[in-house]
Design a protein around this ligand. Structure first.
Ligand code: GUN
Ligand code: FE
Length: 415
């Protein structure tokens, strides 16, 4: 099959490969065979999907979000992190003890992700095993791929949202057992953050990570009060990241959300151990957490990707998340003179950076199943003569899910 349009890929940070009027040649199973500057004269009887003057972009990777916070997106952002968790997030997550409620909410969330062109995720569920399995089912059903984690939390939760250590370990095993049936959504170990997990639970998680080769996700250095709390809980650790390293949870493939206050030493530990930092600009602004040193991370060789972090973040559509990260980088630039993110860089961080984490190549990734969106920017690109990079920039700031004409995930059209 041939898919024709204006192709824009970001194979590397700051690099855009543009093929105006180009096309993607796909195998029957949706594998990308080659990128062509134009449709061949003879297509050998293969079908042609012609998207005219639309942009064909890589689909988006949301590398940090909380499924069970979807019902509270866009509200309750008047408190700093630790109070916000107790007052808003924990009571909302507690409702996911009910799998029927979970089904309704997660079906909507999966639908909104697909409608917005997000085809890869790294997501937190709640501590509930059955609700987590429902989330995985709904994502798979909708065509979203990636990792979902049943949250581990056996201390400092709320009466309605906390496990005993025994339950936490037993339910984790029951959950992993049940994950065998999923193909495109895989499990990731998910200690909520250091204050949520006893040493016994962290030890158990580290053992599982090593024995089963499972990836790990958590939160890191998001907020100053949180960091002080972590220091008091682990006085033997010099820095926050060492409270994960101590238990074998700091390793290649570990995903750490936020890293707002990660200094040079903590960033060096990320670069050295292959830990992915997920930048959640909208959330960090909403919860007054701070502005992450993204430019320093990139310069120092830390892998960085983007996350919506709903519901600390209120934006689920990744082009808006990318635009928010550009704005945040300018706030940082005004304070410390660092170079802000360009649109090309933000597009890379919202696409290829996540794709690489999953080992799925760069740009449109020849040899891999297609992940792409077709975006009709005619609604806001009225004045002619814009280059493709200009149209991409505009799409980040101006487009909406309704502008997407098609979404492809794992080689399949899912919208
Ligand atoms: N740290 C621990 N839990 C959370 C959460 O749900 N959201 C955010 N933003 N940070 C956290
Ligand atoms: Fe988060």
């Amino acid at each position: 099959m041939f898919l024709k349009g204006n192709l824009i890929a970001a194979p590397q940070l700051g690099v855009l490969d543009c093929l105006p009027g180009g096309c993607l040649h796909l195998a029957e199973d949706g594998t990308v065979l080659e990128l062509l500057p134009r449709l061949p004269e003879d297509v050998g009887g293969e079908p042609v999907l012609d998207f005219g003057d639309c942009l064909v972009l890589q689909s988006f990777c949301d590398m940090h979000l909380h499924g069970p916070q979807y019902p509270m997106v866009g509200m309750g952002m008047d408190l700093p992190l630790l109070d916000w968790l107790q007052t808003y997030a924990f009571p909302v997550e507690a409702r996911f003890a009910d799998p029927t409620y979970a089904r309704t909410v997660y079906r909507r969330l999966a639908g909104e992700l697909v409608a917005g062109g997000t085809t890869r995720v790294v997501m937190f569920s709640s501590l509930h095993t059955d609700g987590t399995l429902v989330l995985m089912e709904e994502l798979e059903r909708a065509g979203v791929t990636g990792y979902v984690g049943k949250v581990s939390m056996d201390r400092n939760g709320a009466p309605e949202l906390q496990e005993t250590t025994d339950d936490a370990c037993r339910e984790l095993l029951r959950w992993l057992e049940a994950c065998g049936e999923f193909r495109r959504i895989r499990p990731i170990l998910t200690p909520r953050f250091t204050p949520s997990c006893t040493d016994a639970l962290m030890t158990f998680l580290g053992k599982l990570a090593a024995e089963r080769g499972l990836p790990v996700q958590s939160h890191l250095s998001e907020n100053v009060a949180e960091m002080e709390w972590v220091r008091s809980l682990h006085p033997d650790c010099r820095q926050y990241w060492e409270t994960y390293a101590k238990y074998g949870l700091w390793k290649p493939g570990t995903v750490m959300a936020h890293c707002v206050h990660s200094d040079g030493r903590e960033r060096a530990a990320m670069a050295e151990h292959g830990v992915l930092a997920v930048h959640c600009a909208d959330s960090n602004g909403n919860l007054c957490s701070g502005t992450a040193p993204v430019r320093a991370m990139l310069r120092e060789g830390v892998s960085v990707a983007l996350g919506s972090d709903i519901a600390g973040g209120a934006l689920l559509y990744m082009p808006q998340v990318a635009a928010a990260s550009i704005r945040a980088s300018k706030v940082r630039a005004m304070a410390d003179g660092s170079a802000f993110l360009t649109a090309a860089e933000a597009y890379y961080l919202a696409t290829t950076a996540g794709q690489r984490y999953f080992g799925a190549g760069d740009g449109f990734a020849v040899g891999q199943k297609l992940h792409a969106v077709v975006l009709d920017d005619s609604r806001f690109s009225g004045d002619a003569g814009c280059s493709l990079p200009e149209r991409l920039e505009r799409a980040l700031y101006r487009s909406a899910p309704a502008d997407l004409r098609a979404v492809f995930s794992e080689g399949r059209r899912i919208r």
